[in-house]
Structure formats: C-alpha cells, structure tokens
Design a protein around this ligand. Structure first.
Ligand SMILES: N[C@@H](CCC(=O)N[C@@H](CS)C(=O)NCC(=O)O)C(=O)O
Length: 308
C-alpha cells in the first residue's frame, strides 16, 4: 500500500502547495495534437474530483464514442494507479499495468506524482496533457464538431470571462482548499484553509438561493467543477479532511443544487461513492493510518430537489 508522497508539496510552514501539471500540450486545430475521433484516450478515476469533471463533460457532450476512457482501480499501491479493473489487469489501449508507465514512456525523467486525469495520444503514443483545468474546456471547445445534437453549451462565448473568473474562485476557495485543509501540517495553515472553504460555501449558498446554476438558468463548466467537490464533501472532506464546521446538508440551497446535478445521468453515472470513499480513506494513509472506511453518511441523493 502506498504512503502518500507529498513531501515536495509541503512548505516549511506546513502548507500544501500542489505540484504543477507536467504535461500541458493542448489538443487544438492546427496544432501538433489536432482533435480527431478515436485518437485520444482519457485515464480517469471515479474517486478523483479533478478526473470526474472530464468524465461528466464527456458524457454530457455525448463524446463517449469519440474519446475512449480507462478507469483506474480506486486503490493505489506503491507504484501508483493500477489498471486492475480492466481485463488481465492491463489497460486495453496501451497494455500498461500501471498509469506510471504512460508517464515514463512520455518523459523517462519524470519524478512527480502520476496523476489522473490525463490524455494519451494513441498516434504519437505519448501523454498530451494532465492539465485538468484545461481538459474540460478542451472537450467543450476543440471537440465541438463531435458534440451530440442538443448537447448543452457548457462554455458559451458570452459567459467565458465569468466562467473563468468563477472557476478560479472555486479552485482556490473550495476545490483545492479542501486538500489544503486535509494535507496541512500546521494548525494555522489548516485553520486558514478551512476558513476559506466555509466562507466560499456561505457565498455560494447565497448565490444558489437565487438562481438554479452558478451562472443563471443554464448549466456550465463551473457547475461541473463545483459538483465534484460537493459530492465528496460529507462522505470525505467533512471527516477525512476535517472540513467540519458545517456539512453540505446544512446548506439548503447547496444541498438541493448538488442533488439537482446528481439527478442528471451524466453526473450520477460517474459518481461512485464506493470508489470515492475507499480511495481517500484507504490510500491516503498519512491522513488515515487505520485505513478504516466509515459506513456513513447515509444521504438520499435522489430526494426531490425542487429547483427550477
Ligand atoms: N494533476 C494534479 C491534480 C490531479 C490529482 O491530484 N489527481 C490525484 C487524484 S485526485 C492523483 O492522481 N494522485 C496521484 C498521487 O497522488 O500519486 C496534480 O498533479 O496535483
């Protein structure tokens, strides 16, 4: 079993500072990696909030036949993410047993964490990107010619500035702040991060009391990003990451909003609470050395949300 390798990401004063994304090439027309059906393959974990974003967007936009996907085992061993959910424990696309093989095939000198999500180019046989913030935008823009008829426009031109601004606020205020709380190695850094989490949730509760989605009546990229953190909040972040001032279920608008999203097929079909809980509680042994997975909470995600 892996003990987490966060050493280089903890600063001298005990703060968690996430490693930069190593592969940041873009899939875009007229570049070395042009969008094309069947060429690119997504590696993802149902446990991981950054990876679930891409799984949701791929499904919402009807790109299932355009971009293949391999889901990794929620439990990492000392060599990282494994393909033990695939036949013969190997990724059908590359034959790899571990995700690390794809990172090292692309850059033999790579020494960071081997992370999901990432995209593999089946033509060039290399990773193109593990730049998770850019990934959903790429699916929403570069792959537009292959979107299913009637698919939502998650990144409409007139809202792009607002979406980018909101996405930055979500990242620092909640998506990454819960990790900063959970991985902090000093009380002041933990306190600072948790305070930021709940200040952000309070603000979002107010916003979502007055409108169905973050940018009004239509679902956008920002909602996908907020959802993957909210889905993990009560099962994991509240207890495992000690974000325990309030639960998601204590926020009437946010909890109804999260259920509203969950009840879309693209969201619930990619939300696997068993993978989520086993991954965090078993793999992150620095936070939970006993590896006990809690039985609760028992939440009714299918309860009527009454939002319109
Ligand atoms: N690519 C980003 C974010 C993606 C990320 O952290 N993914 C996690 C799962 S939620 C992962 O793959 N971790 C592998 C590891 O820590 O070894 C990073 O490098 O921090």
């Amino acid at each position: 079993m892996e003990t987490m390798k966060l050493g280089r990401e903890i600063t001298g004063d005990g703060r968690f500072v996430r490693q930069p994304n190593r592969f940041t090439e873009r899939i875009q027309p007229d570049g070395p990696y042009p969008p094309a059906p069947g060429r690119y393959h997504l590696y993802a974990s149902y446990a991981c909030p950054w990876a679930q974003r891409s799984l949701i967007v791929r499904r919402l936009l009807g790109l299932d036949d355009i971009i293949g996907v391999t889901i990794v085992d929620p439990i990492r061993d000392d060599k990282g993410w494994r393909f033990t959910l695939s036949p013969a424990d190997r990724d059908p696309t590359t034959g790899a047993a571990y995700l690390s093989e794809l990172y090292l095939a692309t850059d033999p000198e790579y020494t960071g964490r081997y992370t999901v999500p990432c995209i593999w180019d089946t033509h060039e046989k290399r990773l193109v990107t593990n730049d998770y913030p850019q990934l959903t935008i790429t699916l929403e823009t570069a792959f537009a010619p292959w979107h299913a008829p009637g698919a939502p426009d998650l990144y409409p031109t007139h809202l792009r500035h607002d979406i980018d601004t909101m996405n930055d606020r979500l990242y620092s205020g909640i998506n990454n702040a819960v990790y900063e709380a959970g991985f902090a190695r000093s009380q002041p850094k933990y306190k600072e991060a948790v305070t930021r989490v709940f200040t952000t949730l309070d603000t979002l509760e107010n916003r979502l009391t007055h409108q169905r989605y973050l940018h009004g009546p239509h679902l956008t990229d920002s909602d996908v990003r907020l959802y993957t953190t909210l889905a993990r909040f009560d099962p994991v972040y509240y207890s495992h990451f000690k974000c325990s001032l309030r639960r998601l279920t204590d926020y009437p608008a946010l909890w109804a909003y999260a259920r509203d999203l969950y009840q879309h097929p693209a969201f619930h079909e990619t939300t696997d609470f068993d993978h989520i809980k086993r991954h965090y509680y078993i793999t992150q042994t620095n936070v939970n050395p006993s590896q006990i997975v809690p039985l609760g909470p028992d939440l009714d995600w299918n309860a009527p949300h009454n939002r319109a």
